[in-house]
Design a protein around this ligand. Structure first.
Ligand code: FAD
Length: 334
């Protein structure tokens, strides 16, 4: 069980910055994100895109902004659970909350901050017979811990950057890597595609084009996959892991079941402090809605600052909060 003052659901830019604002008021934060990395939309959708509307930065690359945010919150020692989706939120008798993830990680906190953006990014699942039977038993939709695949026989499927990047990476540690792609050309970066073709020519990976994985077999754990080619031939391959990488789509998911006032997939908040209709639960960033809402990073940063000032009363009910500039309650004093 993880115990913290504030549990932040979503480690996108707004969730990350909330750690800074909470940290200035000496509140500890734990972040949980369904993705295996922090950064939300910036790291997942547009890491190399420049952003022009962050105050003080005429232009900043999205991934650099995420890295800077991590540096900025480092003095406050936030803790993270990555690659797990929050499923359950249970109010305790004393008003605090118990949060449970899809992998049964439990977090006890005084305040919940939902910074869940567009919702949790869920994998797009291909139509493959018995796919769901082997989830967690040979089928993985993300590479959370590459070591799991060391010396194993891996089949990846997909034609975008993730499929190419993980094929290249896993070719170094797995005993055998096969990439199955339904086309002949890749959508991902041309440089990565070239490297994949070159590894295939050298016989270091097995590249199967114009084909789909159509069925899975095994007894408990995945053992064999069937690959159907465009010319209608079908072949079977012995395998330890199948990793379909067909992109991610955001879904509001379990958040919809937490008795929060929701309007068109966004959580309604009071703009005085970005609290929701449920006591001790706040919503900041793209996930919230209010008259005039703009889905911009800088708006989320503002919301995080006001949220922290308001959440203080739940974490330190006996203390009086007086507003100070960072130079006074400064991070270096921590
Ligand atoms: P997100 O970045 O969406 O992060 C939310 C995180 O919450 C995700 O990582 C998700 O996995 C996680 N999550 C959700 N539900 C759960 C759950 N149940 N359990 C665990 N984790 C969960 N904004 C600008 O200001 N300037 C720009 O130039 C700009 N350009 C953009 C370009 C593109 C192509 C796009 C798509 C957006 C752009 N935006 C821009 C918008 C900006 O990316 C968003 O405003 C910003 O990402 C919102 O941050 P956030 O932290 O609220 O949410």
């Amino acid at each position: 069980m993880i115990t913290t003052d504030i549990c932040i659901i979503g480690a996108g830019p707004v969730g990350l910055f909330a750690v800074f604002e909470a940290g200035l008021l000496k509140m500890r934060c734990h972040l949980i994100d369904a993705l295996p990395q922090v950064g939300g939309q910036l790291s997942e959708i547009y890491p190399q895109k420049p952003i022009y509307d962050i105050p003080g930065f005429p232009a900043i690359n999205a991934q650099d902004l995420v890295n800077n945010l991590l540096d900025q919150i480092n003095p406050f020692h936030p803790t993270f659970t990555l690659g797990e989706r929050v499923e359950k939120l249970e109010r305790q008798e004393d008003g605090s909350y118990l949060i449970t993830s899809n992998e049964n990680t439990q977090i006890h906190c005084q305040v919940v901050v939902i910074a869940a953006g567009l919702g949790s990014f869920e994998p797009r699942k291909p139509a493959v017979e018995r796919l769901e039977d082997f989830e967690g038993k040979g089928v993985a939709y993300m590479v959370k811990n590459p070591e799991l695949f060391r010396d194993k026989r891996i089949v990846l499927a997909g034609g975008g950057d993730s499929a190419l990047d993980w094929t290249l990476f896993l070719s170094e540690i797995a005993s055998k890597v096969t990439l199955v792609h339904r086309g002949e050309t890749f959508r991902g970066a041309p440089d990565s595609a070239e490297k994949v073709f070159s590894l295939a020519e050298q016989g270091r990976i097995n590249l199967i084009l114009n084909a789909n994985v159509t069925a899975l077999n095994g007894n408990g754990h995945l053992k064999e996959i069937s690959i159907s080619r465009k010319d209608k031939t079908v072949s079977n391959l012995d395998v330890d892991y199948f990793i379909p990488l067909f992109g991610l789509t955001p879904k509001l998911g379990p958040i919809a079941d937490w008795n929060l006032a929701v309007d068109k997939s966004a959580i309604e908040v009071n703009t005085q402090d970005f609290s929701t209709n449920v006591e001790r639960i706040y919503a900041i960033g793209d996930i919230n809605t209010y008259p005039g809402k703009l889905k911009l990073i800088l708006c989320g940063f503002h919301e995080a600052a006001l949220m922290a000032q308001s959440a203080f009363k739940y974490v330190f009910p006996e203390q009086k909060l007086s507003f100070k500039y960072t130079t006074v309650n400064g991070i270096h004093a921590l």
